[in-house]
Ligand binder design. Structure first.
Ligand code: GTP
Ligand code: MG
Length: 630
């Protein structure tokens, strides 16, 4: 409980703190409107990373000593502790200085030491060597006057302790059980599982480390995080997608103010091979460099034959999986689109989190790539659903493109046009949709229960369905490369499973919405609402043809309590009572199952009426449902 309270206080602190950061940085006028746009968000976080260092310590108790030692380099404005759990717990403290130069001074003070083997490398990852026999002085207020205007926080405590620990499953379930409504469950799930501030900081430090490692030779190189780490759809522990560019081509790098372009141009080494094999060759070389020299980088794998070649590695000081690419900037801009969608309406992210969680729980998604739907494609399904509502919650990408100005033009090296309006005020989209999150969730499942995946493709650009251009099982037009299908990998069987699972989910949720008036005491003990969507599939699934199969609930279950009553009152089971009392269900779970059956039967009958020719969808075999490890 103390932990939770501490966490909540930290969140409060963070909110205040982040507001200060963004305003003091004053990166652009639009910050004063409240929400940073994607470039400002990325730029702000990159600068924040440059002001930060990560120091390995023996435990969080080393903080005061570290604080006093590191204050000599500048003013420390924030500190976070986290653990990486191996056989032993490894402890780290992320310190943030008020300026980039102060952090650089701390890093430059680093020394090589015989206690550590390997070549010393200048990087933001350091180790705080114990001073034998000497205890650090007590934590003092920061008196450093290194001409900074930012030293608002004479820190008396760490802003987070064990700050990357995820809420364990039991506590999460208990939180969700204790919610007041399905609406609140969706919000809580989002709140407790989204990537937190420290997680974002750590990911930007991983990017900075790569960038700094090569900056001597490649001064224009930039390593940009993209994907769920930055688009607002990431959960705690999500991987880091990183793109390394040598040309500052992302549009994020600003020209120096008013200075004319230099007339002195760097010589280059002529490239003889074609673009793709050259990228592969470069990546091989970088893979070796990361593997051999970069502190924390381990388990380097090169996947160079993929459509987008990547280097995968694990960062042991950050406990992070990284996918590093050097081509395909469109993925980076796609993250910007998703970021904007998440910013447009506060319901978008919580809703998507619940849907992603549901898909994970019923085995539709899987962290490894394969014939199943990816989180990214699933997110596209959610975005499209929100666009096509009678009262849309999101604009089409076409509308964003129309709102583009000259400064929004982005064309990648391979000619992919990623131009769209980045200024949401200029886009001017206002939704009149007032649906609650639980209504939207149900509508999502109902919408895709009916969707004709067989013949129709989904276009987020136009916000409507199109005739399917080929025989892929699922077709989602790639928003930035409209000749490609984002979900090309999805097999017919997986698409069919999705259709069945969305139908099951609709049935379950429909009855959960009906049940949402259950007394609070019953809710605490039972899985209800969203939790029934996340149950193990074999328990949760209601198959389309179940009406003709043995029932899920034994009728005797319904009356067990009544019979017990009768036997305790001495009545014979066929006591011949004429007035039958209202059915007393054995427990909430039985009542929910009965209501699920009713809802399923209603839908089944409706469908039978609507299309007598429609064949019942085949039910998945239990073996196919459970065949993947999660
Ligand atoms: P998780 O890693 O599962 O948390 O989600 P993610 O959104 O990070 O997905 P993933 O790591 O698979 O992809 C990273 C990012 O690359 C996505 O967020 C998209 O921005 C982008 N991306 C992935 N697939 C495609 C694609 O087919 N086309 C385009 N244009 N971008 C893509
Ligand atoms: Mg990712």
């Amino acid at each position: 409980m103390n932990n939770l309270m501490r966490r909540a206080q930290n969140v409060q602190l963070w909110r205040k703190y982040c507001v200060k950061q963004y305003t003091t940085e004053a990166a652009s006028a639009s910050l004063s409107r409240g929400k940073p746009n994607y470039d400002e968000f990325i730029g702000g976080r990159q600068v924040q990373a440059q002001r930060s260092i990560v120091v390995q310590v023996s435990s969080e108790k080393s903080y005061s000593e570290l604080y006093n030692y590191c204050s000599r380099f500048g003013s420390i404005v924030g500190a976070h502790h986290y653990c990486v759990r191996h056989d032993d717990d490894l402890h780290y403290i992320l310190l943030e200085y008020s300026t980039v130069n102060e952090a650089a001074a701390a890093i430059d003070s680093g020394a090589a030491n015989g206690d550590l083997s390997g070549v010393p490398v200048r990087s933001p990852f350091l180790w705080f060597k114990a001073a034998p026999g000497r205890r650090g002085p007590k934590l003092a207020a920061n008196t450093n006057n290194n001409n900074n205007n930012n030293s608002q926080l004479p820190l008396s405590d760490l802003l987070s302790v064990d700050g990357t620990r995820q809420l364990d499953q039991a506590s999460l379930l208990s939180q969700l059980r204790g919610a007041a409504s399905i609406e609140q469950q969706v919000q809580l799930l989002h709140e407790h599982t989204q990537l937190n501030d420290l997680g974002v900081r750590m990911r930007f430090l991983a990017a900075l480390q790569v960038q700094q490692a090569i900056s001597g030779m490649f001064p224009a190189a930039q390593a940009h995080p993209f994907g769920s780490s930055v688009n607002g759809f990431g959960r705690m522990g999500c991987d880091l997608d990183l793109i390394l560019r040598f040309d500052g081509e992302t549009g994020l790098r600003k020209e120096s103010d008013g200075e004319p372009p230099s007339r002195l141009i760097y010589h280059t080494k002529e490239n003889l091979s074609n673009g793709r094999s050259q990228t592969q060759r470069h990546m091989e070389c970088f893979g070796d460099m990361l593997h051999l020299f970069l502190p924390g980088v381990c388990h380097v794998r090169r996947i160079l034959q993929a459509r987008v070649p990547i280097i995968k590695y694990h960062h042991e000081h950050l406990n992070l999986e990284v996918d590093l690419s050097m081509s395909n900037l469109s993925g980076f801009y796609m993250s910007e689109l998703l970021y904007m969608f998440g910013e447009i309406d506060p319901r978008v992210r919580p809703l998507t989190f619940s849907i992603r969680r549901w898909a994970q729980a019923c085995g539709l998604t899987n962290p490894s790539p394969g014939r199943w739907i990816s989180n990214f494609s699933l997110t596209c399904l959610v975005m499209y659903f929100l666009q096509q509502l009678r009262q849309p919650l999101l604009p089409t990408i076409g509308a964003l493109v129309k709102a583009a100005e000259a400064k929004d033009v982005r064309v990648t090296e391979d000619g992919i046009n990623c131009t769209f309006g980045r200024d949401l005020e200029r886009v001017g989209f206002q939704s009149r949709n007032t649906s609650s999150l639980s209504e939207l969730l149900l509508q999502f499942f109902e919408f895709y229960s009916q969707f004709d995946f067989h013949n129709r493709a989904i276009s987020l650009n136009e916000g409507r369905q199109l005739a399917k251009p080929d025989h892929s099982a699922m077709y989602i037009v790639n928003p930035l490369e409209q000749l490609l299908n984002v979900s090309k990998n999805v097999s017919l069987e997986e698409c069919e499973r999705l259709r069945i699972e969305v139908r099951n989910a609709a049935w379950i949720l429909e009855s959960e919405v009906e049940n949402s008036t259950l007394p609070e005491s019953e809710r605490q003990d039972e899985a209800w609402g969203l939790l029934n969507l996340f149950k193990h599939p074999e328990k949760a699934v209601i198959r389309p043809n179940m009406f003709f199969k043995p029932r899920m609930v034994e009728v005797s279950d319904l009356f067990e309590e009544k019979q017990q009553q009768q036997s305790t009152t001495g009545l014979a089971s066929d006591g011949g009572a004429t007035a039958s009392p209202p059915v007393a269900y054995k427990n909430v779970s039985v009542r929910q199952q009965v209501q699920s059956i009713k809802a399923a039967t209603r839908t089944e009958l409706k469908q039978l009426r609507e299309s007598s020719s429609a064949a019942a969808a085949p039910s998945p075999s239990p073996s196919s449902k459970n065949r993947r490890s999660r």
